[in-house]
Design a protein around this ligand. Sequence first.
Ligand code: CAA
Length: 388
Amino acid sequence: MGIELFPFSEEHRMIRDAAREFAQKEIAPIAAEHDESGKFPYETIRKMGEMGFMGIEVPEEYGGAGLDTLSYVLALEEICKVDAAHGTIMSVNNSLFCYGLLKFGTEEQKQTYLRAVASGKAIGAYALTEPMSGSDAGNMRTRATREGDFYVLNGRKSWITSGPVADYFVVFAMTDPTKKHKGITAFIVDGKTPGLIRGKKEPKLGIRASDTSEILFENCRVPVANRLGEEGEGFKIAMTILDAGRIGIAAQALGIAEAAYEASVKYAREREAFGQPIGAFQGIGFKIADMKTRIEAARLLTYNAALAKERAKISGERFTLEASMAKLFASETAMFCAHAAVQIHGGMGYSKELPIERYFRDAKITEIYEGTSEIQRLVIARHELGLK
Ligand code: CAA
């Protein structure tokens, strides 16, 4: 348990406890098996939809649970503490799909696409990255050309979380390459649209039960009514959505770090060497102390970012800095804790008999996706130096 420095409401405690119970009962028994097979966990994701976990911040009128950002973070943290792969699917659905539609969608788009995804009846995805543009997101090659009441999309998106299974995608494409990032436009694309082709599933180091693939567009005709925002607003929409997404990844990282920490404390108390529990040796005790301290700092940054996003719903201000700091620190904490947990467990940390090695593999992605640690440092430095 973390230190409860935040003023949690009864509602916060309820969703946290519900997510914790669900994760223990439904996800824990299948996590290792799905990690091994890499099979998408359709059944548990469907149940998470029924629990209201797939659209936590979306108002009930659009099919969501109508809760606040802290509720989302608390629920995601609990799910990821048991299995980060389920957390990735939940995070992309909530932040990268639902948040964008809620903020920028028309009433019709909300009723059609947001309602389906927020209620968990459909799965949402976000297609920004391309083979030649990851961190430099504005430098994309996918084109959208207007033809009457349609845009025709051509190009290739890569590393798309839930790509093989998603029903709907938020896709970013260039409508006017001469304007660089100001020529990017966002679209909602139905996964069944002819010309949307799903590439092969990527074999991955971690979060293996979360499906990732390329998405190809070959003369894919998208109705003008499916444009998200105005022409040329796509880059800002992409960045605004990522600010929300990064809070989700911070929560995910926090969950992984906590799981690694709790297992380590238990093992350090039980395992004996040289006639005493290994935790009594400073080499282990100091690791435990550093893990705990970093986790509590990551928790404060993550909950703080959630509160900043909540305030932004009224003020309209950006929460870019808070989100980047939380994502940076929490993801590096996850990696630190997972690394220490493997070391504390010794050979057992390296064995597939325990989930420790899975935490280690799952933690790494949090330093990479939705903006690498280097990109988060760049965002924070630019903000502090007033360079952008
Ligand atoms: N919110 C709103 N607007 C923003 C913004 C934000 N957070 N960040 C930048 N902008 C605006 C700027 O104000 C600027 O506006 P003007 O043109 O009107 O001045 C415009 O966007 C361009 O900004 P920059 O000049 O700062 O853009 P840049 O090209 O230097 O890039 C960057 C900035 C921070 C490096 C950005 O490209 C970035 O975040 N890159 C990382 C991308 C990323 O996270 N990719 C992960 C993809 S999702 C994923 O991982 C897959 C998955 O399925 C999980």
